[in-house]
Design a protein around this ligand. Structure first.
Ligand code: ZN
Length: 86
């Protein structure tokens, strides 16, 4: 009797673990797709990697560029063609 209860608990835990893994993998790929489609997560001025939630951003040619600082953003806005490959 006790053994069968343990088996049911184990099966339940395994199912929950598998479900949460599948969800996190799905969410991860979804987020990456959105970022690569709409955002450039490297500062085009100083080539620094920028976090996805960067607050210093500007839009040029329908692409969102992120910056490490306000000064990098200003340099880009002044001469975007200098930093964007055509
Ligand atoms: Zn920068």
């Amino acid at each position: 009797m006790k053994k069968s209860i343990l088996a049911i608990i184990l099966i339940g835990l395994t199912t929950i673990a598998l479900k949460s893994n599948a969800n996190s993998i799905f969410d991860g790929s979804k987020t990456n797709f959105i970022d690569s489609a709409k955002k450039v997560l490297v500062d085009p001025v100083c080539k620094m990697k920028i976090k996805a939630n960067a607050s210093k951003t500007t839009v040029y040619n329908k692409v969102t560029y992120c910056f490490c600082s306000e000064s990098c953003k200003q340099k880009f806005v002044a001469e975007p063609t200098k930093y964007v490959k055509k």
